[in-house]
Structure formats: C-alpha cells, structure tokens
Design a protein around this ligand. Structure first.
Ligand code: SF4
Ligand code: SF4
Length: 329
C-alpha cells in the first residue's frame, strides 16, 4: 500500500529526491548504532511504530548483544541508542549497558518513563542511568494529562510526571550535572509537528510551573506512516491527505540530512536496517552490505545504498524529523 504512490496522487520518494540532485541515498558515516533490544513494553501506545506491548516475546539475547559489542569495537561508531519496547525489560539490559560503558560509547536509552514505576525492580533506574551517564530520551506527547493519556494510555501522564521528578532528583536535566534528559513530542493526529523551539519553550514553562520539572531538549518528531500509525491513518480515512501533506512539505535540506545517513539500526534478532522504520517494514540492508550484525563490516555498511520508500517523506517534511528531532534547525 505504501509503495503505491500513484493511488494517492503523489510522486515517489525516489523521484522527489532525484529532483533535488540525490540519485542514490548513501551514508556519510555510521556514527550511531541504534539497537532494538526487544519489542516487549509495559505500554501499548496508539502510534507505536514498533507495535510493542506486554504480549510481545521478541527479546535480544546476550549472544546477539555480544555480536553487537564485537561490531562496536570500531571507534568510528560513537553513539549507542538503545530502544524497544521498553529496553529496560530485557533481562540482559543492565549487563549490556555495563559492557557498552567499558567500550566508552555515549549511550542513549529511550525510556518510556512509566517503566521506572512499573515494578520495584525498576525503581533504581534513575541511579543506574546516572552511574553510566546515560542520555535519557523520553516521550511525552503533551504537558496535559488528557492528551498524553489519549495517546499513551490511562494514567501514563501522572506516572510520567513522577518518573521525571525521580530523574530530576538524581540530577537529570539540571545544569552542571552532565546528566541529559530529553523529551520527545509527536503529534496526536494526522498533522505535522509545530515548531520545535516554540514547543520547547511551552513545555519548559508548563512543566516547571506545574510540576517543578526541568529537562534539557525537546525533540519534535513527525509520525511516520508505519505500523500502528499507518493503521490509524487508514482507519480514520486520513491516509491520502496525510501522504499529500508530507509530500507538499518536502524540504530538500531535510532530505540531505536524514538520520539513516549516519546510523545503522539493529533488530532484536541481530538483523541490520537503515533505520528503525525500515526495521519495522522488514527492509534489511542489501546490495552487498551485510544484513546481520555477526557479519558487520564498517566499510561495506558505509558504502551501502539506503533503501527508501514512501514512508521516507515523514523524515523530509517541514523542518525534517529524526530520532533527535528536527534536522534543519
Ligand atoms: S512506550 Fe514506546 S515502545 Fe512502548 S508502546 Fe509506547 S511507543 Fe511503543
Ligand atoms: S524512513 Fe529511514 S530510510 Fe527513510 S529517510 Fe527516514 S531514516 Fe532514511
């Protein structure tokens, strides 16, 4: 359905980037290793592009983590970005973080916040994150309970606020601590995010005033037409309009800076992808690049051709979108 661009009256993504001089999308580095350590999650968010939830059984084993550690000995890979599901639910999560720390990599954990309160065994996560100087990145689609709970489930906002306060209490988000706490905003419907700078100012004001919460940066992310959000678009009959909106907002500068040009994404079973979205669409690395982390070869991965399709319009609309927010500000 995604591939059939003519059905929704838009050009193909390949045609669109060729118009701005990009015939083949190639990496400029492999600075980031984004690793999905499993699809299990304590939440079932409406727009989850991983289709994660408590019933998902796909979990990265220690053996596959070891294969990642072997690949990560390459000093050109600087950042390890751990995602899920809730990455902390993987029983090997803490062992893996400790091994990554020994390699001296910058570590990002995509923490959904509520996991910290989900079970007493997770209550010390803020201290654990602090010990390893982890950059915590957490979704909070709104500073109101109504909008957050509508997207992420009943009671999620209240628990997220408590978790943010626990992170602040150990120094996260506070000046001079070096403990970085970033929030992620994504729209609750079929529209593009507002300006990231304006949103950050609004979040800063509201969270400080009402809950005494501080954080470092806010990332505004566009919902890509993949998995649960694609289902939502189709169900709500917004698919055609949304694809047209993304295409009309195509930004050539954002096309040059898409995140897949500086990363590789590892699935829970060790398979390699250009990004998390290609992972969910099961578009493994191909064209001479290894498709599994056991065969990781930096040069071959650097020389790969990135696999694109219509969902890529989500990364190039407006100010651009990546796991680190806009790409052109
Ligand atoms: S917390 Fe994250 S991984 Fe879990 S269901 Fe929500 S969006 Fe998906
Ligand atoms: S969806 Fe993935 S492959 Fe497509 S432009 Fe975005 S990051 Fe690159």
């Amino acid at each position: 359905m995604l591939s059939d661009h003519k059905a929704v009256g838009i050009p193909s993504f390949a045609e669109k980037i060729a118009d701005v001089g990009i015939d083949v999308l190639k990496p400029v580095s492999v600075e980031v290793f984004q690793i999905n350590v499993g699809k299990m999650c304590n939440q079932v968010c409406k727009h989850c592009h991983v289709d994660a939830g408590p019933d998902r059984k796909e979990i990265m084993t220690r053996e596959t983590m070891q294969l990642c550690l072997n690949a990560l000995k390459n000093p050109d890979i600087k950042i390890v970005d751990l995602t899920g599901g809730a990455p902390e639910m993987n029983p090997e999560f803490r062992w893996f973080v400790e091994e990554l720390s020994k390699l001296g990599k910058k570590i990002i954990v995509r923490c959904n916040l509520t996991i910290i309160l989900a079970n007493p065994k997770y209550h010390d996560l803020p201290e654990f994150f602090k010990k390893h100087k982890i950059n915590v990145v957490s979704s909070l689609p709104s500073f109101t309970a109504r909008r957050t709970d509508a997207q992420r489930g009943d009671g999620v906002f209240e628990k997220s606020v408590k978790a943010l306060q626990m992170l602040n209490a150990v120094g996260y988000g506070k000046e001079g601590t070096g403990l970085k706490l970033d929030l992620v905003y994504n729209p609750s419907g079929a529209y593009l995010p507002d300006d990231q700078v304006v949103l950050q100012q609004e979040y800063e004001r509201k969270l400080k005033e009402t809950y005494n919460i501080v954080f470092n940066e806010l990332f505004a992310i566009t919902n890509l037409p993949v998995s649960r959000f694609l289902d939502y678009l189709i169900r709500s009959e917004n698919y055609e309009d949304y694809m047209n909106e993304l295409t009309n907002a195509f930004n050539p500068m954002a096309a040059a800076g898409v995140m897949c040009r500086s990363m590789v994404s590892v699935g829970w079973d060790g398979y390699l992808y250009d990004c998390d979205f290609n992972q969910m669409l099961e578009l493994k690395l191909t064209n001479g690049a290894p498709d599994h982390v056991r065969d990781f070869d930096y040069e071959k991965v650097m020389n790969r051709e990135i696999i694109i399709n219509q969902h890529c319009f989500g990364c190039t609309a407006g100010a651009g979108s990546s796991c680190g927010g806009t790409t052109t500000n």
